[in-house]
Ligand binder design. Structure first.
Ligand SMILES: [Zn+2]
Ligand SMILES: [Zn+2]
Length: 376
């Protein structure tokens, strides 16, 4: 037994640049850890181990982080050293660029001070190698979306700018033309040909209706309920492992973490399917009265039912309409124009055979608020 030395003190307390997340390195995390591989660029020895071979066993040249790569499944090797402990991403010696353990304070190669040394750059696994069990369903779905034009093709490189500018120019031109045509007006002479009023009372009846639905979706006032047990389809989303993500830990090792995707799963559960009866007010009929200027407008006579038993009737609403039909004169001779007055009072100011002047715009819309009586 020896007392912990100064070096150990430094190791435990002054370790800089610890990554916040250390997959597989944090206590309690049991993500498996493997060795990255590297190829010696001096003698050509291939598949050297990222943790076990800090130097090329053939020529002695040091491992550099940029030489590291993720192994294939067959070449994957666990770390054999029982004393291996993850200290963090390697530090690059600012004097000779040799990677050193994050726990080291001086370069093992040249003895240089590692204070303020930069971290080794991490390798990112290319997307093509991520995911052993690739989600083929999603891939096919995405491809289909691109094929039928719902989703944009990620490979398509298209310059839309001329098209967009062209569309904007056309919209501006058409808009300007329409604005001009709607503002440019001309006068038309009209004569009242006919006047008509129409009054409508909408009647509802309390009807007996039947329906069927799942018990939890029945109307609250359902009666005569009879239910049977049936399978009901539920859709829930489920998380599943759709591959593995490899994370470079920066010291020649990498961890593997399961990659999760979600999918929709349908399942059947027995539930209660019910038939039932319920009462609802439903449209029954319209009571319409109509006439001309010679009759005073009246509502149809309607008496709502005294009780609210099924079959009872009630009034659901009243609507009135006051129409003036104009015959065109001059250039518009032979044409008919229908004006709906806002209320009875306004309608009453018209009389058959009276003449009027009305503005039309070049889009042939009648501008009814310009209607003016003319003296004959
Ligand atoms: Zn070598
Ligand atoms: Zn050095």
């Amino acid at each position: 037994m020896s007392l912990p030395g100064f070096g150990d003190f430094l190791k435990n307390n002054l370790t800089p640049n610890q990554p916040d997340e250390k997959p597989g390195g944090t206590p309690g995390s049991n993500a498996p850890v493997f060795q990255m591989l590297w190829d010696c660029k001096f003698c050509g020895t291939k598949k050297l181990l990222g943790v076990d071979n800090k130097f090329c066993p053939n020529c002695g040249s040091p491992q550099a982080p940029e030489m590291r790569y993720f192994p294939s499944e067959e070449d994957k090797k666990a770390i054999s050293d029982p004393n291996y402990k993850y200290a963090g991403v390697d530090k690059l010696c600012p004097f000779c660029q040799t990677p050193n353990s994050a726990a080291a304070n001086f370069c093992k190669q040249c003895g240089g001070d590692l204070t303020g040394a930069k971290q080794a750059e991490l390798k990112v696994e290319s997307a093509a190698t991520v995911g052993q069990a690739e989600d083929l369903v999603k891939k096919n779905f995405d491809a289909e979306m691109v094929r039928i034009g719902v989703a944009p093709d990620p490979n398509a490189q298209r310059n839309w700018t001329p098209v967009v500018l062209g569309v904007i120019a056309v919209i501006a031109l058409v808009g300007g033309l329409l604005f001009f045509l709607s503002r440019s007006t001309y006068k038309v002479e009209l004569q009242v040909a006919a006047m008509q009023w129409e009054r409508t009372i909408t009647v509802e009846r309390l009807a007996i209706l039947t329906g069927s639905d799942w018990q939890d979706s029945m109307p609250g006032d359902a009666y005569n309920v009879s239910c049977t047990t049936r399978d009901r389809t539920y859709t829930r989303s489920e998380s599943y492992q759709c591959g593995t993500t490899r994370i470079d830990r920066g010291d020649g090792s990498f961890s593997e973490q399961p990659k999760y995707c979600t999918r929709q799963v349908q399942e059947q559960r027995p539930d209660r399917w019910c038939s039932y009866t319920y009462n609802r007010w439903t449209f029954s009929r319209n009571l319409v009265t109509s006439g001309g200027p010679e009759n005073e407008p009246v509502w149809a006579s309607f008496t709502p039912s005294a009780s609210i038993l099924t079959g009872a009737e009630r009034e659901a609403g009243r609507f009135e309409k006051y129409v003036v039909k104009f015959a065109g004169l001059g250039d518009k001779k032979g044409q008919e124009f229908t004006y709906e007055a806002p209320d009875f009072t306004k309608w009453k100011t018209f009389a058959v055979n009276q003449t009027y002047e009305l503005d039309f715009n070049r889009l042939e819309n009648a501008l009814w608020d310009t209607l003016k009586e003319t003296k004959r």
